[in-house]
Design a protein around this ligand. Structure first.
Ligand SMILES: CC(=O)SCCNC(=O)CCNC(=O)[C@H](O)C(C)(C)COP(=O)(O)OP(=O)(O)OC[C@H]1O[C@@H](n2cnc3c(N)ncnc32)[C@H](O)[C@@H]1OP(=O)(O)O
Ligand SMILES: CC(C)C(=O)C(=O)O
Length: 582
């Protein structure tokens, strides 16, 4: 349903934009029948060229060398290393790679050149002795570039491409090294499809690819102009009509002007592209090139081996940021600081339960709610990365933090009270709470509470009716209370109720160990229901398991405040609380 926007002012000049792209004359769109990409495409990193040419300060020689090593370590087999005719640094970098034999045998370098004689000749000068290199020739083909920049007819633009292709071929024949050829009709997305096809076929007719010497035809979304399905249709059209198709490697090179670089690349591959050019984290001109990290990990998340290694993504990101001086956004897919983090309560609850469900049987496919992939697979830790706590958080997440960081496995009922307490602290302070701060709130609110009634010790006189005396200190006075019960804890509980005059029921108990070996502690939780029907919880920690439960009992009794404080005051003035030493 369209909205009436007549009264929305400010953007009426949208009518100056036409859609300067060209839908191909297709009758069938085979790519629409495919559900997902079943195999990783060939990847070509263009970080050191397209990425580098977009930096405020392009990388120096040493930085380019380090970046090259980074790309090799990730597993790129094709790397566009630069535009050797552009600058001394670019030229020297290529010479260094070749002369110092820094290119692994399974890696092919690629260089870009305009279709201009002196630029092509300079490029081959730089390539002298390259073991394997792709020479990437381009000229602009879009209607806008033909009319405004080159002011040439279609035929004249074809002539630029063909003469460049011929010179590349001639230079390759005279230059020591092994060379493969690539052609890009630059600004392809603004080019009429019949013309894009025509110019590529002219270049292919010059290079005449064979199975041994395939040619790469690279169809760039130099500027992304259409919705991704149009780009996919363009790729499929080219794929189906290019000459020598069986000896052509079809490549895509999406930019991200419309924020759809990843979609363009994925649909382009569905539509027949066998190769993708892009950069780490999408660095590149304007809004960048397509992000290969995202593409690769999207495949990974579909159970397809991306054949690039991002198992230590934080280290790759750090190297990228250091060398390019660019920043990866906090919500950048897979790599951003916050992309595996849930602050909100219902997400945290589902994640914590989902993680447990999978821990029970690791053969289960990963389907943890809200987490597309297992953060550990890209080098992220669960601790500190997944669940973080602020005023939007809930008991599930808070319980998860205490369990993961401190081995505290709270009873479900107890989580709620702590949850509200932690949220309110975060809300009041208007900040995220770190695990240690949450633990401190837990300790302060629930653990080994000893005021107004301090537990000092206990003695069990017999095991028949569990005659037990418990020593306490109130307001500096030490006293001993005695009672029987159907167990030691019950006897102590009765002693407390009789001597303090409090009444509670439904005592529930849970305990577990925390830590291992001599440092291990017993952690006990006790819940009671006071006479007004409210549930209260306390926790005790001690090296001795029974002592921890007594401490838990005293903690919860002390939490009955103000009731207990009042009773203590009343009773001590009336005298029935007998002091031993006071
Ligand atoms: C979409 C892309 O990313 S394409 C890659 C872009 N990258 C770069 O440009 C970075 C490296 N470039 C450079 O350092 C410089 O541009 C150089 C060294 C290559 C060339 O420098 P210059 O000749 O001084 O300048 P410039 O690039 O502006 O040249 C413009 C001329 O080349 C022509 N031209 C531009 N691209 C091409 C091309 N691919 N093929 C043929 N001619 C071209 C223009 O029409 C213009 O012609 P004119 O002189 O008749 O007006
Ligand atoms: C040279 C070409 C492939 C390019 O970088 C682009 O069109 O974006």
């Amino acid at each position: 349903m369209s909205q009436n926007t007549d009264n929305v002012v400010g953007m009426q000049n949208c009518d100056k934009y036409a859609r300067e792209y060209f839908m191909p004359p297709v009758t069938s769109l085979k790519w629409t029948q495919k559900e997902y990409i079943t195999e990783a495409p060939m990847w070509c990193s263009v970080d050191l060229r397209d990425g580098n040419q977009a930096l405020v300060v392009p990388m120096n020689l040493e930085e380019k060398l380090q970046y090259f090593q980074l790309l090799v370590s990730i597993g790129f087999k094709e790397i566009e290393v630069g535009f050797p005719a552009a600058s001394e640094t670019e030229f020297a970098f290529l010479r260094t790679l070749i002369e110092q034999d820094l290119i692994p045998d399974d890696v092919t370098i690629q260089v870009l050149t305009q279709s201009r004689d002196h630029i092509i000749r300079k490029t081959f000068e730089a390539l002298h002795g390259a073991k394997r290199a792709i020479v990437h020739l381009y000229n602009s083909t879009s209607r806008a570039q033909r009319e405004q920049v080159f002011r040439k007819s279609r035929q004249e633009i074809i002539d630029i491409a063909v003469s460049g292709a011929e010179l590349v071929q001639a230079c390759a024949a005279q230059t020591p090294g092994n060379f493969q050829f690539q052609y890009s009709p630059e600004s392809f997305t603004g080019t009429e499809m019949d013309f894009a096809l025509d110019i590529c076929n002219h270049v292919l007719d010059v290079w005449r690819p064979t199975p041994e010497h395939k040619v790469i035809i690279n169809l760039p979304a130099t500027v992304s102009m259409s919705m991704p399905h149009v780009y996919a249709s363009q790729i499929e059209f080219m794929s189906e009509h290019l000459k020598h198709r069986e000896n052509v490697t079809l490549s895509v090179h999406p930019h991200n002007d419309r924020g759809t670089g990843v979609a363009d690349a994925e649909l382009g591959v569905l539509a027949g592209a066998q190769r993708v050019e892009g950069t780490l984290f999408g660095n590149g001109e304007r809004t960048g090139n397509v992000d290969i990290v995202t593409l690769a990990l999207n495949l990974f998340a579909h159970g397809v081996n991306p054949r690039l290694n991002f198992a230590n993504l934080p280290a790759i990101r750090a190297a990228y940021e250091r060398l390019t001086n660019m920043e990866v956004g906090k919500r950048h897919p897979y790599a951003g600081e916050l992309v595996f983090t849930a602050f909100s309560g219902s997400h945290q609850d589902a994640i914590a339960k989902g993680m447990k469900w999978r821990e029970e049987d690791e053969r289960r496919y990963w389907s943890v709610p809200y987490l597309l992939i297992d953060p550990k697979d890209v080098g992220r830790a669960y601790e500190g990365d997944i669940i973080r706590i602020n005023s939007q958080s809930g008991k599930g997440g808070i319980g998860y933090i205490l369990e993961q960081h401190f081995g505290i496995d709270l009873p479900a009922e107890m989580r709620e009270g702590l949850g509200y307490r932690v949220k309110s602290v975060s809300d009041r302070l208007h900040k995220e709470l770190l695990p240690r701060e949450i633990y401190d709130i837990f300790i302060e609110e629930f653990v080994n509470l000893n005021a107004p009634v301090e537990f000092v010790g206990y003695h069990v006189a017999n095991q028949v009716d569990y005659l037990t005396s418990v020593t306490v200190r109130i307001d500096g006075c030490v006293m001993e209370w005695t009672s029987t019960g159907n167990g030691r804890l019950d006897a102590i509980s009765r002693a407390i109720q009789q001597n303090l005059g409090v009444a509670y029921s439904n005592l529930v108990y849970k305990e577990h160990a925390k830590g291992v070996g001599s440092a291990s502690q017993a952690v006990s939780y006790i819940g009671i229901t006071s006479s007004d029907g409210t549930r209260h919880w306390g926790c005790g920690m001690d090296a001795d398991i029974f002592t921890s439960s007594v401490k838990a009992l005293f903690s919860v009794v002390n939490k009955l405040r103000p009731a207990v404080s009042d009773l203590v005051q009343e009773r001590s003035s009336a005298g029935p609380i007998r002091s031993l030493y006071g």
